[in-house]
Write a new protein. Structure first.
Lengths: 179, 212
């Protein structure tokens, strides 16, 4: 839950994402965790018909979800921006075979980042995803996340296409040690 | 020839391994029933296609390191089918983390078979780490596979074949892993499956699901 920047009611953007995943019968939820995804991971874990698949590296998720689609299931890949860098060669699998791929990327290294080691991939993420043939939807307003994920899911699963929603640090906040 | 890089790898032993890759894969895929097959890039693709260019094969022309993870996604989506991943040692080594991801999920319909010639066969037969003391089945067991074994002889292979090809609901309980030590030999490519990924995907889904 996050208070939007206009100071209004807290925006349940995690709930909005979860509803979209439900609507599309997403069955495999593959992830390398990020703090920004922690609520969504818990919701998916508690949902009937959704299977959490923790990965050791994000590229496993590209291959895993290709297999899921071959077997008739939809999936989603949750990762942080640094994980995008681990995916590049494996994204050729989705591109060459035109597998649907819905990625939800929480951004680091973008907006108030305290850790400079997160900055390179944070800055490169939109560019390399686009270069790898992903449709990229960057969202910096919590109120627009539901709509962005709705659109990305439709384009991913009905395209099929690779579609990535980048959830900005303006939404999730910049991490700092000790808060 | 002198040592290529260090003294822990054996460049000679695999030339004498009795099992031959084409015969091994032919037996794995004989009378395959409704088995779903993922072939890792390189020689396993040619081996599988030499048996039959079957629509329920998903041959990978790239995506190195992804075969086992792809098999996992497929196995979870199709729990009623045997899913057999046939890959090489180099391909498996690039995605070792997938063993632990499979161990965490425990799909009892997934078998991972590494045709282990201790070589990168597509690039000039350079040695892989399995030419040393690396024990892939031990790694699979440690990762949580229910069954894992090294197979070095025809007798061992014949004995393991029913378990590798197990139809569900019989003896399989948890994922299985087999490293089949095969002779290091260049067999050539032979029959090739379609290269077009969309064709491979669509024909697989059509054969399995009756849709694109």
């Amino acid at each position: 839950m996050q208070t939007d920047r206009a100071g209004g009611e807290p925006e349940d953007w995690t709930g909005a994402i979860f509803s979209v995943l439900r609507d599309w019968d997403v069955a495999q939820v593959a992830y390398v965790p990020d703090a920004g995804h922690s609520d969504l991971i818990i919701r998916c874990d508690q949902a009937d018909g959704m299977r959490l698949v923790p990965l050791t590296t994000e590229e496993e998720g590209i291959a895993l979800l290709a297999g899921a689609w071959l077997g008739g299931q939809r999936g989603v890949l949750l990762m942080q921006s640094s994980g995008v860098g681990n995916c590049i060669n494996m994204l050729s699998l989705a591109r060459v075979c035109r597998f649907p791929l819905l990625s939800l990327v929480t951004m680091r290294g973008q907006w108030g980042e305290f850790n400079p080691w997160q900055v390179p991939m944070g800055q490169l993420t939109p560019k390399v995803l686009a270069d790898a043939d992903n449709l990229v939807f960057a969202v910096d307003d919590a109120r627009q996340i539901g709509a962005a994920v709705t659109g990305a899911a439709r384009m991913a699963f009905e395209g099929p296409a690779q579609a990535a929603v980048l959830i900005g640090q303006a939404v999730i906040g910049a991490k700092s040690f000790g808060k | 020839m002198d040592k290529m890089f260090n003294g822990t790898l054996d460049r000679d032993r695999a030339a004498d391994y009795p099992l031959r890759r084409r015969e091994v894969v032919a037996q794995l895929l004989a009378d395959r029933g409704d088995m779903l097959v993922v072939a890792g890039l390189g020689a396993p693709v040619w081996d599988c296609t030499a048996v039959e260019d079957h629509p329920l094969n998903f041959p990978l022309w790239g995506a190195m390191g992804g075969a086992a993870a792809l098999g996992l996604g497929l196995a979870m989506a199709q729990p009623g089918r045997r899913v057999l991943v046939i890959t090489g040692d180099g391909e498996m080594l690039m995605g070792l983390g997938a063993l632990t991801t499979i161990g965490a999920q425990q799909p009892d319909n997934l078998a991972v078979v590494v045709c282990d010639n201790e070589r990168y066969g597509e690039t000039g037969m350079q040695l892989t780490h399995t030419a040393g003391n690396l024990d892939l089945p031990a790694m699979a067991l440690a990762a949580g596979f229910a069954t894992a074994a090294k197979i070095s002889s025809d007798n061992e292979f014949k004995a393991a074949l029913p378990a590798i090809r197990t139809a569900l609901g019989r003896t399989a309980s948890g994922p299985g892993f087999w490293s089949i030590k095969i002779r290091a030999e260049e067999t050539g490519i032979g029959a090739m499956p379609p290269k077009d990924g969309v064709t491979l995907k669509d024909r697989f889904r059509s054969a399995l699901l009756g849709q694109k």
